[in-house]
Design a protein. Sequence first.
Length: 144
Amino acid sequence: MIVVPAEQAAYPVETPTSDAAGWERVCLLRDLLVERGAAALVGGVQVALFRLPDDTVRVVQQRDPYSGANVMSRGIVGTRGGVPTVAGPMYKQVFDLTTGRCLETAGYAPAEGLAPDLATWSAEVRDGVVHVGVHAAAPADGAP
C-alpha cells in the first residue's frame, strides 16, 4: 500500500501539514485498511500506522527491535484480552499497540542497543484525516 502525502490527498488543504501543537497530517483514514499496517514518516522518523476495526489509529515505531529491520507495518494485527496487538513479521514477537510493550519475546532478545518495547505516537482522526503527534509518547512504565 502506498500512503499519499496529506498535502496531495483529495481534500481541502487550508491547514499546514503540521500545526503549532505538534501534530502532522499523515493520510486520509480511508487510505488505511482495517487491521493492516502502513508506513509513514512523521517528524523524520519511520512509523507504522494501524487502523483498528473501530476506526481508531495506533502508531508505533517502524523498526522491529528484535531484527533491527524497518518492517513493523508488515506485522500481523490481533488482540490479546481485548488489547490490540501486532506480531512482528520477522520473529513473531507480540506488542501491545497502545503502549508498545512487548508481550511475548518468542524466545529472542532485542538486537544489540535496542529496547524490547516499541515507541508509540499519539494519533487522532479529524474530519477523516489521520494526524500523528510529531514526538514519540513517553513509555508506559515511565522509563526514558
